[in-house]
Design a protein. Structure first.
Length: 109
């Protein structure tokens, strides 16, 4: 049975400890959405996808598209698991509809 004590009943370090052990809420893990380079998807299509699905400006989209082109991959956003999954599915669906082999994946941050 817990016994309620006043501050005078316990040393200061125990009071401090009681405060420090309060459970902390953890933020959910975040996921990076990655776009992968290929030799067939037109650069304009990649820019369009980045503007439409990731709300990027034209300049931001061009910058990311060039990074994908030069480095083979680029992070296009960081989201909760559900949002990242949805974004990947949207990119893949849009690419499939236009018959482009564009690949998009996600990985834990």
């Amino acid at each position: 049975m817990a016994h309620w004590m006043t501050d005078g009943d316990r040393p200061d370090d125990q009071i401090e400890l009681a405060v420090k052990t309060r459970p902390k809420t953890q933020r959910p893990p975040m996921y990076k959405v990655l776009m992968l380079n290929d030799d067939f998807t037109p650069m304009e299509f990649v820019v369009h996808v980045l503007e439409r699905l990731f709300n990027m400006t034209h300049a931001q989209a061009i910058d990311i598209m060039l990074t994908v082109h030069r480095k083979g991959v680029a992070v296009v956003g960081v989201f909760s698991h559900e949002v990242a999954e949805t974004k990947v599915a949207q990119v893949m669906e849009l690419a499939r509809r236009q018959q482009h082999p564009l690949q998009c994946t996600m990985e834990k941050e």
